[in-house]
Design a protein around this ligand. Structure first.
Ligand SMILES: [Zn+2]
Length: 402
């Protein structure tokens, strides 16, 4: 499922109505959760039927489109399932919490029905809300399954279209690549390309730090505090937009150029190697890597490319030429030097060779694969490593949100 995000411009009245609807959704969510807590035997359709009863108790609920209310029930149950999954995996989890604070319900989910997009007039029609101007900056390809209306913390409104994507296979290239993802370089691949974290991210991160400091100096709830809060929220939104853009372009580069893309399974890998500080910067970069994997997988699936995930084990410490495993490699060691065969390589490049090799061994050893494998790339001497190659940013990728 692809998501297309468009800015919408509701009138003041419409904004108020939608905010009221969100509050009613929050109330409903809490009521359903309460009922489930009181009677654990309740099933999804039981709480679904409860909505009818609650409408009698609180007739205001009738002002909200019925499917939007149903989706509140749906959300409750997917939260319950997610919690159960965590418990199964051995995580310590408490009970599902009530949404006690106002404005803690932030979406209106029009699933399957209740919405209509007029592309010519650039209007989105929502049942029980009305017609809202929409900025359609690109064409939606595929079948629209639903629309989620969202208000950001800075007060902007968006319509997020859930679209069932149609496959668009790309011509085969006969090439495979291994990518080492990390926090230091964003990606280093087995063809010797390194993609750094783009500079604008650092700039935006700096600005956010500054705005956070400013906000902390203001008196909470005051006019100046509110101004500073909106400023900060806008900076966050900008940062996430920039990141999304960068990740989509990078993913597009790999999907266009390679039939097989091998990555380490990030779930298993601790990217935050001996990192005690959980700074925003660090968490941001970590989540960027995870988002990249998701975007890449989505794009690859749609283009008929194959993404192979390998278990990360000694990919940094193994010599990609002779297979020797070194005892220790500090994060500060940027060069992999093999005591056995004498090869010297950029450490991430060495890792990317190992990743590719493992992916080809594990993923391509099986019959019936879409493309032929290729011999392992020649080991490039350290001096020849191209780092910091400028990413072809001009290559316009369609903007997508994952
Ligand atoms: Zn070696």
């Amino acid at each position: 499922m692809l998501a297309y995000r468009f800015r919408i411009y509701p009138s003041k009245t419409q904004q108020e109505t939608m905010l009221q609807h969100m509050e009613l959704c929050r109330w409903l969510y809490n009521q359903l959760l309460k009922a489930k807590r009181e009677n654990p035997n309740l099933r999804k359709y039981d709480t679904q039927r409860l909505i009818v009863e609650l409408k009698k108790e609180n007739p205001k609920l009738n002002s909200v489109y019925s499917k939007v209310l149903q989706m509140v029930n749906h959300q409750l149950w997917s939260n319950l399932t997610a919690l159960k999954e965590l418990k199964k995996k051995g995580h310590k989890v408490g009970k599902l919490r009530y949404k006690t604070s106002p404005n803690s319900w932030k979406i209106l989910n029009y699933n399957q029905s209740g919405f209509k997009l007029d592309e010519k007039r650039k209007r989105l029609h929502l049942s029980k809300i009305g017609e809202i101007p929409i900025k359609l900056h690109r064409r939606i390809k595929g079948k629209v399954k639903g629309v989620i209306i969202k208000r950001t913390r800075s007060g902007k409104w968006y319509a997020i279209f859930q679209v069932e994507e149609e496959p668009e296979p790309l011509p085969k290239t006969g090439r495979a690549v291994g990518i080492d993802l990390g926090v230091k370089h964003f990606a280093v691949d087995s063809d010797g390309n390194a993609f750094e974290n783009p500079l604008f991210l650092e700039k935006s991160l700096e600005r956010i730090k500054k705005l956070q400091r400013q906000l902390s100096k203001k008196q909470k709830g005051s006019k100046n505090w509110e101004k500073a809060r909106v400023k900060l929220a806008k900076a966050y939104e900008k940062l996430y937009n920039q990141r999304r853009d960068f990740l989509h372009k990078l993913a597009l580069y790999y999907v266009r150029n390679y039939d097989i893309i091998v990555l380490e399974d990030l779930g298993a890998k601790n990217i935050v190697e001996n990192n005690s500080s959980r700074s925003f910067r660090r968490r941001f970069l970590d989540s960027a890597l995870k988002e990249f994997v998701k975007i890449l997988s989505d794009k690859a699936g749609r283009a008929g490319r194959r993404v192979v995930f390998i278990k990360s084990a000694y990919t940094s410490r193994t010599c990609s030429r002779c297979g020797f495993v070194v005892e220790k490699l500090k994060l500060s060691d940027r060069v992999f030097a093999c005591p056995k065969c004498g090869v010297e390589l950029d450490r991430d490049l060495n890792a990317s060779f190992n990743i590719l090799k493992k992916g080809l061994d594990e993923g391509l050893g099986r019959p019936g694969l879409p493309v032929e494998g290729r011999p392992l790339p020649r080991v490039v001497p350290y001096q020849a490593v191209v780092t910091g190659q400028v990413f072809p940013m001009k290559q316009e990728a369609p903007k997508r949100v994952g």
